[in-house]
Design a protein around this ligand. Structure first.
Ligand SMILES: *[C@@H]1O[C@H](CO)[C@@H](O)[C@H](O)[C@H]1NC(C)=O
Ligand SMILES: *[C@@H]1O[C@H](CO)[C@@H](O)[C@H](O)[C@H]1NC(C)=O
Ligand SMILES: *[C@@H]1O[C@H](CO)[C@@H](O)[C@H](O)[C@H]1NC(C)=O
Ligand SMILES: *[C@@H]1O[C@H](CO)[C@@H](O)[C@H](O)[C@H]1NC(C)=O
Ligand SMILES: *[C@@H]1O[C@H](CO)[C@@H](O)[C@H](O)[C@H]1NC(C)=O
Ligand SMILES: *[C@@H]1O[C@H](CO)[C@@H](O)[C@H](O)[C@H]1NC(C)=O
Ligand SMILES: [Zn+2]
Length: 524
């Protein structure tokens, strides 16, 4: 045995671990050397110490892998590890199942219950009209006076609040006043359930049978939005729905939101309407009221969005409007994005003129583009991630296809452009079946910039952020994701938020206090 080889082999596990903490690159080089020794040296059984060093090296590369844990955190980690082992041994392992079937199991999971209590930082990818539970919409909004409903030709429903009998809608039955209808019924459970079924994708039936294809589920998704539109754009419901959404996230220990909003025209009982500025002001006022009542909630910032189905002249108008809103409401407007299915909408490149306007005019309008929410590899839509990066996007919504694009992946890593990973959304919308196979597993394994979010919890029968944290931590995080991982994910949600560095320090300090309390209250 050569001297250098024996010297290398005596590298203790501790030395290697220490090296990993401080100088990961040196550790990699060192390990490669060790490997080389073996290849040339012809030892038949690999050294277990080396094996351990390799395992340690990989563990140190994952999200949170460099985190130095306190004693209490280590004790909580040991508990989580034990719980995860037990959960993985169950016959019905929730992340391997469709969320609609797994939800009741997840609710009983002790890991989930811990994650609910965990301060998760911010939710950076959530949409305005899917942020709160549909139970609330049915039990509260549709029970208000002056609420009319009609049934469309293809068995969806529409709503309107009106002080007078409203004008009939095309392709819809005559309006029914729900108050009158319910007064005639002995039991309204069935009606309420059928309304609920129209406002959410969640179903008790077999989801694979109910939603046979991506096209089908996207069609239903759009019908759900049309169904709830008349409820949530009615001014009093609009306010209360947002307040309810804030309550659900706050209760789930989320302290900050970045909400993608359409800012539609909002109507009153007499049919009069309010403009975009009114809508944004209302969001601001309700947020202020909420934070006054819950001082440890840090607030909401808004990403103005428009449907990607529009043409380029409408897009130009929307970008101009976004710049104006940002100028008028600099504290709460975070930037701009597009919504709607990428596969059937127009690609980012089609809108390049409109999207270059801010730079041309010297206006800093941050972008938060949805991109890579597709499994159509190599299509024009599949270019969206690279185009988003070309357009200097601040984060990428989903980035489901990122691992298949080494250049986009490299650029996003280098520039710190985080992926907003929404596991349940990707599963429900049929991009992945078993959440252990979500592509973010690979991103988590190498600490790629990413945050976990919930996209449209109301649509998926979820609430807040904990269900998605569960799927990430227990599902694609595998047994090796640990307390450092979820701590880092919470920190990421602040680091990759649209806050200024100074605000980030403030939120981080607030979060750290909550985290310490969480750990001390739950560590065995
Ligand atoms: C709906 O919720 C609001 C706000 O919490 C409450 O004031 C109102 O009484 C509720 N209405 C119904 C019909 O439940
Ligand atoms: C339902 O009907 C509407 C309007 O009549 C139509 O635009 C839509 O495509 C239909 N949806 C489905 C899923 O058939
Ligand atoms: C109303 O009907 C549902 C089923 O449709 C039933 O489960 C429930 O018990 C009924 N409620 C009352 C008060 O009868
Ligand atoms: C939507 O509502 C209509 C009318 O009440 C009903 O026939 C239909 O079954 C509902 N759809 C779902 C998915 O619940
Ligand atoms: C773009 O769409 C708008 C709204 O649908 C329409 O009024 C306008 O004519 C369209 N412009 C072009 C150039 O097609
Ligand atoms: C993106 O940023 C680069 C470097 O700061 C700049 O040169 C370029 O003009 C920007 N492009 C767009 C479309 O914002
Ligand atoms: Zn989204």
């Amino acid at each position: 045995m050569s001297p250098v080889k024996s010297q290398l082999l005596t590298l203790s596990r501790e030395t290697m671990a220490g090296l990993l903490q401080q100088r990961p690159h040196a550790a990699v080089a060192c390990l490669l050397l060790l490997l080389l020794c073996y290849l040339t040296g012809g030892l038949s059984i690999p050294d277990p110490r080396q094996r351990e060093a390799l395992i340690q090296l990989e563990a140190s590369m994952q999200t949170g892998g460099q985190m130095v844990l306190t004693d209490a955190e280590q004790r909580l980690d040991a508990l989580l590890f034990k719980m995860k082992r037990e959960e993985m041994a169950m016959a019905d392992f929730p992340p391997a199942m469709h969320f609609f079937k797994a939800r009741s199991l997840i609710r009983t999971s002790p890991i989930f219950q811990l994650l609910q209590k965990m301060p998760k930082g911010g939710a950076l990818h959530v949409h305005d009209f899917a942020m709160a539970s549909v139970e609330w919409l049915v039990k509260n909004a549709t029970y208000r006076p002056h609420c009319y409903m009609c049934v469309t030709d293809n068995q969806s429903i529409r709503f309107i609040f009106s002080s007078r009998w409203p004008k009939a809608l095309p392709h819809c039955s005559p309006w029914t006043l729900l108050e009158t209808l319910r007064a005639k019924m002995v039991n309204t459970t069935e009606l309420d359930n059928s309304i609920m079924g129209n406002l959410t994708l969640f179903t008790d039936q077999d989801p694979e049978t109910v939603y046979p294809s991506q096209d089908f589920i996207w069609g239903r998704f759009e019908q759900c939005f049309l169904a709830l539109w008349g409820l949530v754009t009615y001014a009093p419901v609009f306010r209360d729905y947002y307040y309810q959404g804030l309550t659900e996230f706050y209760t789930d220990n989320v302290m900050y939101l970045e909400l993608r909003v359409l800012l539609p025209e909002i109507y009153e009982l007499d049919g009069s309407t309010h403009d975009t500025a009114w809508t944004l002001k209302t969001y601001r006022d309700v947020t202020r009221q909420f934070t006054a009542e819950h001082p440890d909630f840090y607030g909401t910032r808004f990403i103005f969005t428009i449907h990607r189905g529009v043409n380029s002249s409408v897009m130009t108008g929307a970008v101009e409007q976004a710049m104006k809103l940002q100028k008028d409401f600099p504290d709460i407007i975070a930037g701009f994005d597009m919504v709607g299915r990428e596969d059937s909408g127009r690609p980012l490149w089609y809108f390049r003129d409109a999207l270059s306007l801010p730079v041309e005019r010297g206006v800093a309008l941050p972008f938060f583009f949805h991109a890579g929410e597709t499994d159509l590899e190599g299509t024009e839509v599949d270019q969206n991630m690279l185009d988003a990066l070309l357009l200097n996007t601040s984060r990428i919504g989903h980035g489901f296809a990122l691992v298949r694009h080494p250049v986009a992946k490299g650029l996003s890593r280098k520039r710190g452009v985080a992926m907003e990973v929404c596991p349940i959304s990707n599963q429900v919308m049929k991009l992945v079946k078993d959440l252990r196979n979500h592509p973010a597993a690979a991103l988590l394994a190498e600490n790629h910039p990413l945050v976990i979010s919930s996209d449209d919890p109301g649509m998926f029968g979820a609430s807040g952020l904990s269900y998605d944290f569960y799927e990430a931590f227990v599902g694609f995080g595998g047994i090796k994701s640990n307390i450092g991982t979820i701590k880092q994910l919470a920190i990421n949600s602040i680091r990759y938020s649209s806050f200024t560095p100074k605000q980030q320090e403030e939120v981080l300090a607030l979060w750290q206090r909550k985290w310490d309390t969480f750990v001390s209250e739950n560590a065995p």
